[in-house]
Design a binder for this molecule. Structure first.
Ligand code: TNX
Length: 517
């Protein structure tokens, strides 16, 4: 009799532990017995400092928030308490007993993440929360995703939806790749032709670039007004997501040169690029062009929160500078021996400009090649090599290697997969990524700020396709960025993901089901 009861209790405990489905997996989870039931008269008690967390719970649980009072039964209470002994500002403690729920954040962001975890403790559509004590905080401070509205424009509504999805998995950075050869997507009041001309291309390559199968014959366009961007930034701020703008230079510049030909090297009249791939039409390095680009960036200062501004720096063919008398004269005047040093000069000018405004430059790992000050933050995309070299040279680093975080690569080998650029980055590979490469000293390892997933959109013509490529791989990356290595388990992730997929479905997200072959 005893044994049967013991067995029954054990099964019960296991079943209740199995209800803890939070993604990313929290640092510590101690399951309890029983559950807290949310009733129509449950009090939602929100400290003034925890407003964002309170609003999130109020809207999702259909409860009216009231001001903080002492703990009492039948209540969900959210407070901000910087003395919570959690080693991160973004941390929180969440305690659920049958009588009440307490969320204590180390900061407003921590309280918000506690609220997000609480929502994930509810079975989809359910009204009870299993008893548990969770102590939680992120492994990395940079937990991001990059959207590419330059290749295929993404309507503002989709960007806002994406921000909600980032926040749900405790990601805190949205990198917007706002300009490229195929389109300029940000209103710059001083230079209106950037969007008048640069935001529309007359048609787009059909199929893979290398197959050269022709064009669709249809114009593609769109851009964000400065008001749109202010709205996106405010929406993101309410969800503890920082928006990082990227203005590409000196390569990936054809849309801008089409608008203002004096920015180019050849004087040739160009149109906004209609093909994909690395493009030889790069900005010149005349003083006027440097000032033009600094003026562009300066218009962004009041819109974006900082401290980071991304200036690209990747994939700059040197052919036009080699052939240009002006570029050669400039090199001579500056005492530079090669075109790659001219690239370095260009990036350093931007770094000095940003630094003088109290901001910080981010660039793709090519910025290391021409010599750049350690003030610049390096985004390592060609594998992790650039990131390792940068950390050793004292740069801050964001790990964005194509080998693990390029979500424009195929996620499955099935012949039914929609066309992608190539590559192969399946879900399990993303999950196994460790942003801190082995071989770094502890001090170098501290330079790794975190990681982000890339959604280059050459082959993502619709928001639905962006979602298909992003989820669930970005969900796996959220756990990479948040959860300590010893707590990670792919099998356990898959178990929790099955429940998470129900939430994605309810939110109308076009994810690729992990179980699909
Ligand atoms: C390389 S990553 C690029 C992008 C492309 C991407 C496609 C990087 C800094 N440059 O311009 O969209 O590959 O995977």
């Amino acid at each position: 009799m005893r044994t049967t009861l013991g067995l029954l209790l054990a099964t019960f405990a296991a079943a209740s532990a199995a209800e803890i489905n939070v993604i990313p997996r929290p640092v510590t989870v101690v399951p309890g017995q029983g559950a807290f039931r949310i009733r129509s008269n449950t009090a939602l008690v929100v400290a003034p400092a925890a407003g964002a967390a309170g609003r999130l719970l109020a809207s999702r649980l259909a409860l009216k928030p009231s001001e903080a009072r002492n703990a009492r039964d039948n209540s969900i209470r959210i407070t901000v308490d910087p003395s919570v002994s959690i080693p991160s500002r973004e941390g929180y403690v969440l305690e659920v007993t049958a009588r009440r729920v307490e969320v204590r954040g180390n900061s407003e962001a921590g309280a918000y993440y506690g609220a997000q975890s609480l929502l994930q403790l509810l079975a989809p559509g359910g009204g009870s929360i299993p008893c548990v004590r969770i102590e939680d905080y992120p492994r990395f401070s940079w937990r991001g995703a990059m959207l590419d509205p330059a290749r295929h424009f993404l309507p503002k509504a989709e960007v806002l939806k994406f921000i909600d999805l980032l926040a749900m998995q405790k990601m805190n950075l949205l990198h917007l790749h706002l300009t490229d050869d195929q389109g300029w997507r940000v209103e710059i009041k001083r230079y209106p032709r950037l969007t008048q001309v640069g935001s529309i291309r007359k048609e787009t390559r059909v199929g893979l670039e290398r197959e050269a199968r022709g064009f669709d014959g249809k114009p593609h366009g769109g851009f964000y007004s400065q008001d749109d961007l202010r709205e996106i930034v405010a929406y993101a701020r309410d969800r503890f997501v920082t928006v990082l703008p990227e203005i590409e230079m000196p390569g990936h510049a054809q849309a801008a040169i089409a608008a203002y030909p004096e920015l180019g090297n050849t004087g040739e009249k160009l149109e906004v690029f209609t093909r994909w791939g690395v493009n030889k039409n790069v900005f010149n390095v005349n003083e006027n062009t440097i000032l033009f680009l600094q003026n562009v960036i300066e218009e962004l200062f009041p819109i974006f929160p900082g401290p980071f501004i991304h200036i690209g720096g990747d994939e700059v063919p040197l052919d036009q500078w080699k052939a240009s008398p002006a570029a050669q004269a400039r090199m001579k005047e500056l005492g530079l021996k090669s075109e790659i040093e001219l690239h370095g000069y260009f990036i350093r000018r931007m770094d000095q400009f940003l630094t003088s405004h109290g901001l910080r430059l981010v660039g793709w790992d090519e910025i290391l090649e021409g010599g750049v000050d350690p003030s610049a933050t390096v985004m390592s995309w060609r594998g992790s090599k650039g990131g390792i070299a940068a950390a050793r040279r004292g740069h801050d680093v964001v790990m964005a290697p194509n080998t693990y975080t390029y979500f424009d690569y195929y996620q499955a080998k099935a012949p039914t997969e929609p066309l992608a650029i190539g590559g192969f980055v399946p879900l399990e590979k993303v999950y196994e990524f460790d942003p801190v490469p082995s071989g770094l000293s502890p001090e170098e390892a501290r330079r790794i700020l975190g990681t982000q997933g890339q959604l280059w959109s050459e082959y993502m013509p619709t928001p639905a396709q962006v979602e298909y490529m992003a989820f669930p791989r970005l969900t796996a990356l959220a756990e990479v960025a948040w959860t300590p290595v010893p707590q990670k388990s792919y099998q356990d992730f898959l178990r929790r993901l099955a429940v998470y997929e129900e939430r994605l479905r309810a939110l109308g997200v076009n994810f690729r089901a992990a179980a699909k072959q």
